[in-house]
Design a protein around this ligand. Structure first.
Ligand code: PMP
Length: 408
């Protein structure tokens, strides 16, 4: 598809946006927390639940074979979405958090030893910090941090000096959920690879908004969540390079992930099966496939152009409000606006906005080190999606002005 988005038409796919909320029009500016699901995704999961449900990868029943086909088709859709070389390199997980824990446990644990270093960017979500801290504590390794500047851009010049012969992995978010910064993943990956360091990328905030090409980025691992990309909760994916997935041990054991089990010895399925113990989230996985179809049907060029237009519009309007400061002014920025207001706590802003039917997030956004870097306890964050409009932004700005009035 070409041309601008038909947002009015798209909004019809989201009953939550057209149903009055507290007697008002709902203004949903919290897609970075969780995106809304369009009707075709919900309907696809409903159809599965009502007419197609059974378990996958089991039995010879036609029902089970068909469920398995739909489940595996979703894997192929996700592969295509991120341009992974093979659908086998897409491992289903509960989400980004589980995917990153999988990498830390299965890839990290065997290669991180006492005195080794794990290099993370200063703008990681806790999901790409805590699993590495757990590992570092267990192994006696240490975490080092790539700093960022006052605009919320990583200081790339610092990276070569931070990579040492003890660096075992570099962890990086593609798009910062707290600041909106889009990081130059390809460039940083090349820097790390030049020194033999593998790169794990948190793509939770990138996949919903920009065209991700994993073969171009060349990172070793890439993690993302269904619920941030117009899909359901409980499903996400980890991409891994084939040589890593091949070498990595399973991290959870159980049914589905084995070839044979005896009391003496168990052999495992080839990847991705060996990482997918137990019954998976089948309906959610098929729903995620439907969300890929939906996003591709709109087109990422159009999504990115629409969201960028709204970002520029909202930034200008909010910046004009005296005493309001936006955190994160990266040149490459996704449609996330984190702001603070002089003398007013973000939770108070969030509550008043909520009263106006405007959903934003107020807090530390699971990125406390980012808050610390900017010397604030929390921010208010508006995050935009393809179904948002200038009217939504106008409502936000009007409500923020009201907050200012109330707090004088
Ligand atoms: N990384 C980033 C950048 C995120 O924004 C989030 C969700 N807030 C996560 C990781 C964690 O995702 P999930 O809770 O779906 O595992």
């Amino acid at each position: 598809m070409t041309g601008p988005l038909d947002v009015a038409r798209i909004r019809e796919d989201f009953p939550i946006l057209t149903t009055p909320f507290k007697g008002k029009r709902l203004v949903y500016l919290d897609s970075a927390v969780s995106g809304q699901m369009p009707r075709p995704v919900v309907e696809r999961m409903g159809r599965y639940a009502q007419l197609e449900h059974t378990n996958v990868h089991r039995g010879v029943s036609t029902l089970s074979q068909e469920a398995t086909d739909r489940f595996e088709e979703a894997r192929e859709k996700v592969r295509r979405l991120v341009n992974a070389p093979s659908a086998r390199q897409i491992v289903w997980t509960r989400g980004t958090t589980e995917a990153l824990n999988l990498v830390a446990q299965s890839f990290g644990r065997p290669r991180v030893h006492a005195g080794d270093e794990i290099l993370l960017s200063a703008m990681e979500h806790h999901a790409n910090i805590v699993p590495w801290q757990l590992l570092a504590q267990e192994r006696g390794a240490r975490i080092r941090v790539i700093p960022m500047d006052d605009d919320g851009e990583l200081i790339l010049d610092a990276i070569p000096g931070l990579i040492t012969d003890r660096t075992r992995i570099l962890g990086l978010t593609h798009v910062s959920n707290a600041l909106g910064t889009v990081n130059p993943v390809k460039e940083i990956t090349a820097l790390a690879h030049a020194r033999g360091v593998p790169v794990v990328v948190d793509g939770a905030q990138a996949v919903p908004h920009l065209k991700v090409d994993l073969q171009d980025l060349d990172c070793d691992f890439y993690a993302f969540s269904g619920h941030k990309m117009s899909g359901p909760t409980g499903i996400g994916a980890l991409f891994g390079k084939a040589e890593h997935l091949e070498a990595m041990p399973p991290w959870q054991g159980g049914g589905n992930m084995i070839l044979s089990v005896t009391w003496e010895k168990t052999t495992y399925m080839p990847f991705p099966g060996k990482f997918e113990a137990g019954t998976p989230a089948i309906a959610a996985t098929i729903g995620l496939g439907a969300s890929v179809d939906y996003l591709e049907g709109i087109g990422f060029d159009r999504i990115a152009a629409h969201e960028h237009g709204l970002l520029v519009y909202a930034t200008e309007a909010l910046e004009a409000i005296p005493g309001l400061r936006i955190l994160g002014k990266a040149r490459e920025k996704a449609a996330v606006i984190s702001f603070v207001m002089e003398g007013i706590h973000p939770h108070d802003i969030g509550s008043i906005l909520d009263h106006e039917g405007i959903v934003v997030r107020a807090g530390h956004h699971c990125a406390q080190p980012v808050m610390e870097r900017f010397g604030v306890p929390a921010t208010t964050r508006a995050s935009l999606a393809y179904f948002n409009t200038e009217e939504d932004v106008d409502a936000l700005v009007a409500a923020v002005l009201k907050v200012k009035e109330i707090f004088g």
